[in-house]
Design a protein around this ligand. Sequence first.
Ligand code: SF4
Ligand code: SF4
Ligand code: SF4
Ligand code: FES
Length: 886
Amino acid sequence: MGTVTLTIDDKAINCPSGTSILQAARQEGIRIPTLCDHPALEPFGACRLCLVEEKNGRLMAACVTPVAQGQVLRTDSNRVLEHRRNIVRLLMAEHPESCLVCNKGNRCELRGIAAELGIGETDLYPMPHPRTLEQANPFIVRDLSKCVLCGKCIRADHELVVVGAIDYNRRGFLSRPETVHQKPLEESTCTFCGTCVSMCPTGALSVKSAHYVGTPEREAASVCGFCGIGCSLLLGVAGNRVIEINPGVEPDTVNGPTLCIRGHFAHDFLQAEDRLKVPLMRGNGDFVQASWDDALSTVGERLWGIREKYGPQSIGFLGSSKCSNEENYLFQKLARGVFGTNNLDSGAFFSARGTLSAIRDSHIYRWGATPLKNLEEAELVFVLGIDPSHSSPVLAYHLKRAARKGVPLVLIDPRKTELARFAHSWLSLTPGTDAMLLSGIAALIAEQKNRQGHLDGAFAKGFDQYQEQLRALELNKICQETGVNENVLGEVASLLSDRRPAFVIGRGILHQGVFRETLKTIFNLALLTGSTGTREPWLYVPTYENNEAGAWDMGVSPNTLAGGNPLSRKQVRKQWERAWGVMVSPDPGLNVIRMIHEAEKGNLKALYVMGENPLRSLPQHEYVARALENLEFLVVQDIVESETTRLADVILPGAAFSEKDGSFTNMEGRIQRFEAAVSPPGEARADWDILDLLLKKMDKVSFSGSLEKVRREIGKLVPGYGDISSSTPGGWIRADKPENEKMTFFPAPEPTNPEQDEGFPLMVILRSFRAHLGSGTRTSRSERIQDSGWKGEVEISLEDAHKLGIQKGDRIRVESPHGTIERAVKIEKGLSPGLVAVPRGFAQNDAMNLVPFRDRGESDFTGWITAPARVTVVTQVDRLKAIRKK
Ligand code: SF4
Ligand code: SF4
Ligand code: SF4
Ligand code: FES
């Protein structure tokens, strides 16, 4: 690419050829007004406000015109200004009078440009658009009379979030961004991600808020408190309230200018009425307000007393996949360093931890940064057991954009998820047979490569044995077991003949009883195709809560110390003992499942819960409640009242992410620091501050200290976290294990029999729903989500509905050997017969009662995604009414 030299407003500029005039001007700090341009969108040339004049008098739109050698341009000539003024006058003449009371206020880009050009009255005949306001949905208000047709919303919808809910409708003066057949947004494919709203330069699109009007007084950068993508946010603050949320504006964030429905609209819990504001202690059966001093003295004394009486194994600590790295670090230091127990766990038990430790043990994967943007440049992507459009929407945007750029996606999922529309192949398999399916693909690749003489196996140990095992596999049996056609397997194998795949693996894999087998097969396929030989990341493990990865890295885990190193290794323990000046118990700790079991048996006497709601997030709610009621002492530190706080002896009110300083680690390995934008409500305090006060109260002054001190300690002691103590707002986990010569093929898996149960002919799958995260403790507090009308209907295939005489809207009972729920039903064409899908997060997360409360080892939590099931109709919708409606 050559370099071009040109002059803009008398400034000589050098830039690569192909640069637009607008980019070249901006590079030199020359401002050109724009309405339709956005750096994340393809140039469009709609508004013509960016006109510039060439020396020869030619006018051109700077955003869509590339620079030319020797060009001499003016951005502010009289002709340019006159044209700009006329464009703005025409736009203002089309604008309604409600402009005066528009919520967009001084942030309206059109008003800003008009003021800049000195336009007050337009003196043109007013021609406002006779449009009605669309505000029936609880999230977005559309007042298209204020639309200037910049097309940013349409392009954001098509290019960034790749949904296609809106497009230009009609022509000329009547043209507007509309849904198909001008239906309301809630009847379109819109996911209410709000990206178009954040991009709209005028008040045509705005956020619907029941409580607040007006514009924020100030803005503060932050990080989303919901899922493990860790989107960068810009919080709009008025007084001491967060009243608006938009995507962050820093360069190179994971989300760019996009968000999802949760990030944009579900942070209402920050202002929930049942926010905890003061410490509470149980007295005569009821809660009474307490001072911090009394509450923390009670916590310290009661916990220590129980430790003295029953020993350190009688106390458990449940840390948080939502609290910050610093808080989780202090929490495990309190458990290990003060109480001498490794009974430590967090919400990370629920998805990624088992996999992360299996990956670390594998010697195949180099643990480190896995930027999502790399997926858009991958050669091929396998997406296994995840519906990212619901669980991790920004990951779905990356995958859809990758597909748009020509990256083949191979989707392996028993459900036809939204991503199937973008996939090269969708392999709808019998749940739990992923390992078989991947081995079948590996067998075909090995055969192909052998035929072409491309396979020598010198790159990893155990190849000959592995190849023998692959040869012994019977393809027709694999197809029978997995339910996937042989031609489809062949097609995927051919795609892989010259491509090195990346893998995105989700809870559908992590929660299988056979997840380790599946993971080994993925590693084998990565070795066979050469993915392991590249420097590019090839394994993406989405974390479901915002700081799952960080909680685990900080050592909130029963069997690993901070940095993920095993507790069982003496030299690892020694390192921490030297740093902390205390003994670290070598006794293996209890994970959360075992803590609950031991509490139910009466062996665990006390539990300290920080920022988790196990009574809603774990399976078998009644069992968990029984166990917690059995404790002698339960302390819960949280931001809102919950099913778990109601059973506590002491409640400590914590601060939400927007009310404290800290850092989260996202699924990519990005360590993101954030600062308080507002102060916590009432007497609530940051969780690290509460822990610090407790440590002081317990005379462990050397363990306490400022946040900066905690960060310095983490930076020094936790492998990969050196960047946390730097002055920059973030950094990346540094790779801690290079790929080495130990790479070995794993034995190909034996065929497995998926769980079956007499009398339960169907299989229930728990799925995510985009409006709720995890158990829904926080998202269900959003009035907007409550008002949406989403009920979390049970999904059933057309074939099964027909067989069972079920119609849309019927209320059905889903029974598994472990529990029963009742919900309305929805018939899903994309669901394979035999499957029933139940969204989590609704109805106190009762879906978790369908799966068993069990674990299969120190770090594997499995069998939480599927269970055998049967379905019966409880009440039928009025059939005649339903027919008439059709
Ligand atoms: S609604 Fe807003 S973003 Fe969309 S075209 Fe109109 S002005 Fe532009
Ligand atoms: S809210 Fe999101 S999905 Fe809906 S139209 Fe806007 S960009 Fe598209
Ligand atoms: S994708 Fe996750 S991190 Fe991003 S806005 Fe949505 S919930 Fe927040
Ligand atoms: S910014 Fe160039 S035409 Fe709109």
